[in-house]
Design a protein around this ligand. Structure first.
Ligand code: SF4
Length: 347
């Protein structure tokens, strides 16, 4: 008897990303596909439960152990690094500049600057500066074998956590000439990543337009996710989702994203990244980002992921803003943690 693979099941749905655990984060509020507007096959039926067996307990690498230890003490302050292309020297300079101000960096894969150094190389460079590292790994540009190889390489550089992402379709980004892969989706990549030594991170969208997003996160947690990084959202919706996620998954580390909007071009890019759901009242300049972050920590977030929304030629501006906002935020959480310690622990 011929057994149909999960990939062939996904192909049957007509999803351009061949997803099994859909919908992806890009589905529109009306259930339209982000790629070509077709009706998303996952939208109406709710999240697909994760059914495979969880993996065995694993030994964490030193970078992951450091992150776990820090989370036990206080919220962590992470920042995304402005994209500076495939240049190791610039990546090193950015990491060094941020390393005295924040705890770690999230190394994403922005669709408008798609050609970047491999995640393991970027994570290795950042770790040289003493930063915790959360490299993103997308299914768009690598088949399963290449993903496995990259996961092994991330072991070698002691990545603190691996952010497992399906990825944006190339038709949406700046490289429509490239053929997307989508051998796996984020949930299946998360399950694969539990075989290695980093924490497993996933993304989720806290905005309200799709009612089953907590169940989509449940599938990722069942697959082995230790941490979720929430996309940008209006403050009230983000806080509501943080509370729901902490109640549903008490052991899950919840990191909330906070944008520092630096220009009109940055706002446009951020709105596109958030599927058009970002409200102007949610974002602000550097001074507003701080208050936004403190509010999300008060709602129960275990950490903040700062990102700078800026134009392509505003990398320096973005780095300066992340340096300043990140530093002030980390100082605030360190002070708050110290003041809440019993007297004997504070000495
Ligand atoms: S919105 Fe996403 S999950 Fe739905 S069909 Fe399109 S690519 Fe697939």
């Amino acid at each position: 008897m011929r057994v149909r693979s999960r990939t062939s099941v996904a192909a049957d749905t007509g999803c351009p990303k061949q997803m099994v655990y859909g919908p992806c984060q890009g589905v529109t509020a009306e259930g339209g596909c982000e790629v070509d507007g077709r009706s998303c096959p996952f939208f109406a039926r709710g999240a697909v439960p994760y059914s495979a067996l969880p993996s065995a307990p694993r030994q964490l690498n030193p970078g992951a152990e450091r992150l776990v230890g820090l989370l036990a003490e206080r919220p962590v302050i992470l920042t995304e690094v402005p994209s500076d292309g495939p240049d190791p020297a610039r990546a090193r300079a950015s990491s060094e500049r941020l390393s005295t101000r924040v705890d770690g960096i999230v190394l994403g894969d922005a669709p408008w600057a798609r050609v970047q150094l491999p995640p393991s190389l970027r994570a290795g460079i950042a770790a040289e500066s003493g930063l915790l590292t959360v490299p993103g790994l997308t299914c768009r540009d690598r088949n399963r074998v290449a993903l496995e190889a990259e996961l092994h390489a991330l072991d070698a550089v002691h990545a603190s956590a691996v952010l497992c992402l399906t990825g944006d379709h190339t038709a949406l980004g700046s490289r429509p000439d490239a053929q997307p892969v989508f051998d796996l989706d984020s949930t299946r990549l998360a399950a694969l990543a539990t075989r290695r030594s980093s924490l497993v991170a996933v993304a989720e969208r806290p905005t309200r337009e799709w009612p089953h997003r907590l169940d989509r996160l449940r599938a990722k947690v069942a697959a082995g996710a230790d941490m979720v990084i929430l996309n940008h959202a209006p403050a009230e919706q983000a806080a509501e989702f943080i509370r729901s996620a902490k109640q549903a998954f008490p052991l899950l580390v919840v990191i909330a994203s906070v944008p520092v909007v630096l220009s009109a071009e940055g706002r446009r890019r951020l709105a596109a990244f958030g599927g058009g759901t970002l409200e102007s009242g949610n974002v602000g300049a550097a001074e507003r980002a701080h208050d936004h972050a403190i509010g999300l920590l008060s709602a129960g977030a275990d950490g903040i992921d700062l990102s700078a929304a800026a134009g392509a030629d505003e990398t320096r501006l973005a780095l300066d803003a992340l340096h300043d906002v990140g530093g002030a935020l980390r100082a605030a959480v360190v002070q708050s943690a110290a003041s809440s310690l019993p007297e004997h622990q504070g000495r």
